[in-house]
Design a protein around this ligand. Structure first.
Ligand SMILES: Cc1cc2nc3c(=O)[nH]c(=O)nc-3n(C[C@H](O)[C@H](O)[C@H](O)COP(=O)(O)OP(=O)(O)OC[C@H]3O[C@@H](n4cnc5c(N)ncnc54)[C@H](O)[C@@H]3O)c2cc1C
Length: 383
């Protein structure tokens, strides 16, 4: 049996940067994924929005660390991941959202984030494409941005390989190998790997793996759709999020890529649960109505395609990261909700610090907030 210092289950938004962080920390690392290539789970459905501006303090910390990784990727590793420091604008057209966002901005600023409340005129001057009528203002965070999830995933895997990590694709982990009260490796449909540390970064499949040793990960698969238009001349600066509820939706968000296409998404309300990844005919008319109301010029832009993917949701919309309390050496990093791509690099470096026992006070706070065994009392303001 091949031996590793750490085996990561899942080459997705969390598994890829985790493999990189562990290999860079000098650990002999293997990544095992059931799919034939990287990023075939929720990762490839993500639209690539990256922000540190969350409601949960732990997400703000990890988000900030991740943001630095994405922002500096090109200068550090040389790959173009189509990163753009576009900023985010959470816009408000009703007093209710304006009040909520202004409170959040105050919290985020006290956590040291670069974010400010802009009034309607200021927002419109910055994003003239937005519908002006009724625009009260926006929470604007100029340091946030976006990149290509596909390019970023490839770049992370290549960097992980250069740092010594190895990848096993088309190999499903069928069981965790446990001796006494400690994990000693994984069994796959092709063989087995020995390792004193196993990281469960299996996304929508993480809860089933955890159940094998009696651990409960409170994750449900929420289905979300997204789409992309043809490329048009640049007209939209920041990634725009409109958190007004609409018919059958909790919010809508979009941005224009560096290549000119507009990528968009909508959060269904009530949530649609399940594992049916076939895109629907209901999504496009629904999201188009919202987008054209928000950004009227989009009525002239043609949509190229839509797709559907999973948000691995937890009850409080924050991730589940922590050691199993039953099996030594088993670490869960799952339940990333709608932010696994943007949190991935920060989760990866946090896990590397856990393995090297180099945790800071902030890390301990993050892990206390994200323990899979928490009571799930609150709920993240920005899902
Ligand atoms: C439409 C849409 C838009 C989104 N937009 C954004 C965004 O802009 N920004 C953002 O941060 N997030 C976004 N997300 C959320 C993001 O995609 C997820 O949070 C993230 O991809 C989850 O990462 P993960 O690594 O936990 O899971 P995944 O990326 O799904 O990776 C899990 C991997 O584990 C593998 N696996 C599972 N079970 C096994 C097993 N038994 N053996 C071996 N391998 C296994 C799978 O094949 C998969 O590759 C979006 C999601 C959707 C659906």
């Amino acid at each position: 049996m091949e031996r590793f210092d750490a085996v990561v289950i899942g080459a997705g938004s969390v598994g890829l940067p985790t493999a990189l962080a562990l290999a860079q920390a000098g650990l002999r690392t293997a990544v095992v994924d059931a799919a034939p290539s990287l990023g075939q789970g929720a990762h490839k459905a993500a639209i690539g929005g990256v922000r540190a501006t969350h409601g949960d303090p732990a997400k703000m910390r990890v988000g900030r660390e991740s943001l630095d990784v994405f922002r500096t990727w090109h200068e550090r590793y040389g790959d173009d991941i189509e990163w753009v420091t576009s900023g985010y604008a959470f816009v408000a057209y009703r007093e209710r959202e304006a009040t909520m966002l202004q409170r959040l901005v105050a919290t985020q600023r006290s956590a040291g984030l670069d974010v400010a409340w802009l009034d309607g005129d200021a927002v419109h001057a910055r994003v003239p494409a937005l519908a002006r009528d009724g625009l009260l203002g926006a929470a604007s965070s100029p340091g946030d941005g976006h990149c290509s999830t596909l390019l970023a995933g490839q770049a992370m895997a290549a960097a992980a390989r250069r740092a010594g990590a190895s990848f096993r694709f088309g190999e499903r982990v069928s069981g965790l190998l446990v001796e006494g009260d400690a994990v000693v490796g994984v069994r796959t449909d092709r063989g087995a790997y020995a390792s004193p540390v196993v990281i469960n970064a299996a996304g929508a499949g993480a809860a089933a793996l955890a159940r094998q040793v009696g651990d409960t990960l409170e994750i449900v698969s929420e289905l979300h759709e997204a789409g992309i238009t043809e490329a048009v001349a640049p007209f939209l600066g920041p990634l725009v999020v409109d958190i007004r509820p609409g018919p059958g939706s909790a919010n809508v968000y979009c941005y224009q890529t560096s290549r000119g296409q507009v990528i968009f998404c909508l959060t269904p309300e009530p949530a649609i649960l399940g594992d049916d990844l076939v895109e629907t005919s209901a999504f496009l008319p629904q999201v188009a109505r919202r987008l054209v109301t928000l950004i009227p010029r989009l009525q002239h832009v043609r949509v190229r395609r839509t797709w559907r993917g999973v948000y691995p949701m937890t009850p409080d919309a924050s991730p589940l990261v922590g050691w199993s309390s039953r099996v030594e050496g088993l670490l869960h990093a799952a339940g990333m909700c709608g932010q696994g791509f943007m949190l991935g690099p920060g989760v990866g470096t946090l896990i590397a610090r856990m393995l090297r026992r180099e945790l800071s006070d902030d890390d301990h706070d993050t892990l206390a907030a994200w323990t899979p065994e928490r009571a799930f009392e609150g709920r993240e303001a920005l899902r």
